[in-house]
Ligand binder design. Structure first.
Ligand code: AMP
Length: 300
């Protein structure tokens, strides 16, 4: 089944207790695409500026990521983000963010992508998320991510987006900010009132929580012994989750739970090294092995 993602593509500067990396490839859509491509082919839609220094075919070398929806825009500058985990490994502190091309019009969706059935609107400006959605002809499952910046600066557009999606994935701090509720179950229910049918709350090292109108499901994080750089963990989680769902012809609770477990496992590879390095070392085989290990760890 076709899986489309649109979101940010940019150059990241990352600081963690393990060191610093300057101007490395990042962005929500990049992590998502790499993660989801372990499960299913991915159609990537995004935009960078004319200063983008990398060759996209090399970024996704050996992965089934269709880059027909990537635009290198003349006269524009690439999105840049400087994040720090020096104070808290569970939550990035944004040191600098230069939206640049993300503050302009959305990239065009190629005609060949318009029939995509599974859609992930990775973290980017909520107006761009809605513009992308408006171009699709038959989406079957639409899931979105967002972050504190958009909750604080684009609440009206974000509220409009929430009415158009099936699921929202966000972290605990973000859902509290969005709903003004401390208790996560209460906060999740408040999100459901805004439109989505389900909400997945990521809690970093404490795992995740999924709430629908009927069910609540909790999952711990993978017990990782090496957390070097959490950047991209959320997008990799979403990539594993959506990638697996796109291979299944079902949204039955058991399938969705397995999808959350795959998301958790894929994210555990991402955090083991800086930027994309941990994810790049993973294979479908090591993901499946770790999935089994994760399942065994919860069996009592
Ligand atoms: P996460 O999975 O939440 O750790 O996402 C990390 C990625 O989000 C980084 O590679 C950043 O480039 C990207 N990012 C940070 N801030 C924003 C923003 N305001 N909009 C879109 N992407 C962002």
């Amino acid at each position: 089944m076709s899986l489309l993602v649109t979101g940010s593509i940019g150059l990241d500067t990352l600081e963690t207790p393990f060191g610093k990396r300057q101007d490395v490839i990042g962005g929500s859509a990049v992590y998502f695409s790499c993660a989801a491509s372990f499960f299913t082919p991915v159609r990537l839609v995004g935009v960078v500026g004319e200063d983008w220094p990398h060759d996209f075919s090399k970024v996704f070398d050996g992965r089934e990521v269709d880059i027909a929806g990537l635009e290198k825009r003349k006269g524009s500058k690439t999105f840049r983000w400087h994040g720090s985990y020096l104070k808290n490994m569970n939550e990035a502190e944004t040191v600098v963010v230069d939206l640049n091309v993300l503050a302009e019009r959305a990239p065009q969706i190629p005609d060949s992508f318009r029939d995509s059935r599974h859609v992930f609107l990775a973290n980017t400006h909520p107006v761009l998320q809605q513009q992308a959605l408006a171009c699709l002809t038959a989406p079957r499952l639409i899931v979105a991510d967002t972050m504190n910046l958009w909750i604080q600066t684009e609440r009206t557009e974000l509220t409009n987006l929430l009415k158009k999606i099936d699921g929202l994935v966000l972290n605990d701090g973000e859902v509290r900010l969005l709903t003004d509720k401390r208790n996560l179950i209460e906060a999740a229910r408040a999100v459901l009132e805004m439109g989505p049918k389900f909400v997945v709350i990521k809690k970093g090292e404490h795992g995740c929580l999924m709430v629908t109108r009927r069910d609540t499901f909790v999952l711990p994080a993978f017990p990782a012994d090496r957390v070097v750089d959490p950047t991209g963990a959320g997008d990799s989680f979403a990539g594993g989750m959506m990638g697996y769902l796109a291979t299944q012809n079902s949204l039955a609770p058991a399938t969705v739970k397995r999808a959350l477990a795959f998301g958790t496992v894929v994210a555990s590879f991402t955090i083991s090294d800086f930027a994309l390095d941990g994810l790049r070392r993973a294979t479908r085989h090591t993901i499946d092995e770790r999935y089994q290990e994760f399942k065994n760890a919860m069996n009592f």
